[in-house]
Design a protein around this ligand. Sequence first.
Ligand code: IPM
Ligand code: MG
Length: 347
Amino acid sequence: MAQGALVLKAVGQIYGHTFELENALIGGIAIDKTGSSLPEETLKLAKASDAVLLGAVGDPKFDDPKIKERPENGLLAIRKELNLFANLRPVKVYDELVDGTVFKPEVIRGADFIFVRELTGGLYFGRPKKRWETATMRKSVDSMCYNDREIGRIVRIGFELARSRRKKLTSVDKANVLESSRLWRQVAVEVARDYPDVTLEHMLVDTCAMRILLTPRDFDVLVTENTFGDILTDEASMLAGSMGMLASASLSGIPQPGARTFGLYEPIHGSAPDIAGKDVANPIATILSVAMLLHFSLGLEREAAAVEKAVSSVLKAGHRTRDIIGASNNPVGTSEMGHLVIKALEG
Ligand code: IPM
Ligand code: MG
C-alpha cells in the first residue's frame, strides 16, 4: 500500500494533479481498534471518495472457525455496501517474466485476458448461510443464489469489455450440475443478442481450470460467478509469474471510456502474513491497481498508461522481487521496487 500511494503521489507531481489521500481502517486492524471489521467511519469516507485503494486483509490470529468477526467480513461488506458487483482482474503475461514461470514459454507467451468476476452474489452472499445442529449431526449450508438481473448486468460488462478488445467472451459456469449456472447460461445467451459483434462461448468451470493452463492464449474476456472467479484468478495469476502481479478493479457499472466510475482497487493477493513487514512483498499488483484507479475512476488515461509502462520498463531492466525470481537471485525489496517504478515514471 505504501508503494502504491507513493506511485500515486509521484503521478500527481509529474502530471500536475493533487490527489487527496485519506487513510481508513478495515479488516484485522479495524477489529483490534474498533471492534468492527468495517467501521462506519471507513464506509462513510469510502462513499465520499472518488475511488478506494485497498490493502489486503487477513491474519492467522483470526483463523479460529468459532470467531464471528473476521477481517474478511470487512472486505465482503465494503464490496456489498458499495454495490461493487463487477470485479475486473486482468491477467497479462509479461514477456520478461515468461522464463521465470513453471510453464513452457511457448504455451504462455503473449497470453493476455481479463476476468470479470461477479462480486456481490453467489456462494459468498446467498441465503441461507448457516450452521446448525440436529440430535445426531452438525450441519451447514451456503447457497449459490443468482437472479436474472444480477447475471444480466455482470454478463453485460463482459460483453462491453470484449467489444473493446478481441471480441470474444467466455462465460464460465457449471451448467451440467448447478441450477444457478443453467440460469446464468440462459441469461448470457439473451444478453448476447445485443452484442452480435462479440463471439460468446460457454465453458464449464472445471474445463476452464484446465484450459487456462493448456491454451491460455485462447482467452480474451471471461465472465463468471463469484466463487469460480476467486479460484480461477489465483490459478491464472501463476501464468503471470506470481499473485503479486495481478491487480483488480471492483466497479458498480459498465466502465465507459473517458468517463469516471467510482471503484475500489486492490491486488488479488492476500495479506501474506508470513512475509509482512519484511520488505520482500511484490508491490506491483498494488501499483497496477493504482493504474486501474487512474484509468477507471479518475479518467486519467495518459497517467494510467504511464504507470503500466513504468512497471514494464522496470521488469525489462531486469529488476525482480523475490516472488518472481527466487530468494537466491539477488531480488529487490518492496520499497526498492516502488522506488524503481517511480524513477521510471519520472523518465
Ligand atoms: C480475493 C480474496 C477474497 C475473496 C478473500 C480475502 C475474502 O481471496 O479478493 O480474491 O475471496 O474474494
Ligand atoms: Mg481470492
